[in-house]
Design a protein around this ligand. Structure first.
Ligand code: 2P0
Length: 348
């Protein structure tokens, strides 16, 4: 029987507190601004991926996501496969006894335990897991930084899911994208009492995909240029300082203001893009009420390309934030909550 080589990994969802929105190079997923995220790692917000290859497999590569067959002929998936195969090929060229895995068809099987394409960064965890599973299969000595450069080509935000804790993505300047990689701002252990409450307002697929939405924003929004050139560079520094100093008030304020700024550029896009809905706005009001009652910022909301809210808070304020949220929104508004910690990415 022909041999089958196999490796598995998991990758966590990351939720940006400084948002990536806009590409200067759509082919390589090179962004118009740097971004910063917190890696969430509750057990049910991960992608689990097994990569295998065998000379006995049918001739083309395959990808199964949550049991359904996916197209792998797209340029992004192909870019990841091509880069990983080239790295494997260099191992095989240097060592004639190494199995010729790079020439075998790949079979990728992935499972998400959260709504796909509903603004919960499914593509981030998905491409991060795909790239690391194949890197493990090929026994590549690649660093997380190197893997982040490859995963970025699958989906921009995926590069941030190769690290744990607090993670930046440097926009870089090189035309080939070699310096557009993720870096760890701080491990989760640096600020371990950070918590995230995920409020799922809708698990439906979003109307406007991030990829097309951000291209329309770059082409039409007049707010966008100042966000990319001035607002985000300033906030990247403020956010890194807030994380280093474990200053929740600064972290929370920048998080909320950057979410607002991102959604303002969406509204400023023509035709406008509406990701927030009435339920999202109700969540913003609850956060404002919590912070007003506390006399300081103890909760911070952020929204990605969809209506679902992520609320960051510190463990010491669990009752005041998560407790109050459940009481205020309850079941009637259709929110489903999930609690998570900021933890390390899987390092395997
Ligand atoms: C982020 N988002 O920083 C921002 C905030 C959505 C809003 O990264 O085209 O799926 O695959 O590079 O990574 C969503 O964009 O876009 C995203 P592509 P991606 O998390």
């Amino acid at each position: 029987m022909a041999e089958i080589h196999r490796a598995s990994t998991t990758a966590p969802v990351n939720i940006a507190v400084i948002k990536y929105w806009g590409k200067r190079d759509p082919k390589l997923n090179l962004p118009t601004n740097s971004s910063l995220s917190v890696t969430l790692s509750q057990s049910d917000l991960r992608t689990h991926t097994t990569a295998s290859c065998s000379p006995a497999y049918p001739s083309s590569d395959t990808l199964l996501l949550n049991g359904s067959s996916q197209d792998v002929t797209g340029a992004r998936t192909q870019a990841c496969f091509r880069e990983l195969r080239a790295l494997r090929k260099s191992i095989e060229d240097a060592d004639s006894s190494a199995p010729k895995l790079s020439s075998y068809p790949l079979k990728i099987v992935s499972e998400n335990n959260f709504p796909t394409a509903a603004g919960l960064a499914s593509s981030a965890a998905g491409f991060a897991a795909l790239v690391r599973a194949i890197a493990n299969l090929y026994e590549l000595p690649a660093s997380p930084t190197e893997l982040s450069r490859i995963a970025r080509q699958g989906s921009g935000s995926a590069c941030r899911s190769l690290f744990g804790g607090y993670v930046g993505w440097e926009q870089g300047a090189a035309a080939d994208g070699s310096d557009s990689v993720a870096f760890q701002v701080a491990p989760a252990s640096h600020w371990p009492d950070m918590r995230a409450l995920i409020l799922v307002a809708s698990a439906a697929k979003k109307d406007v995909s991030s990829t097309s939405g951000m291209q329309t924003t770059v082409a039409t929004s007049s707010l966008f240029a100042s966000r990319a050139a001035e607002t985000v560079p300033r906030r990247m520094k403020e956010m890194q300082n807030a994380v280093q100093d474990k200053d929740f008030e600064a972290f929370g304020k920048v998080t909320m203001m950057d979410s607002n700024s991102f959604h303002a550029t969406c509204l400023d896009t023509y035709p406008p893009i509406f990701y927030l809905n009435d339920t999202s706005r109700a969540a913003i009001k609850v956060v404002e009420a919590i912070n007003t009652a506390a006399g300081k910022i103890i909760a911070a909301y952020t929204f990605d390309a969809g209506p679902n809210a992520v609320i960051y808070y510190l463990e010491e304020n669990e009752k005041k934030v998560a407790g109050l949220f459940k009481a205020a929104l309850g079941e009637k508004d259709g929110w489903a909550g999930q609690r998570g910690d900021a933890v390390e990415a899987n390092g395997d």
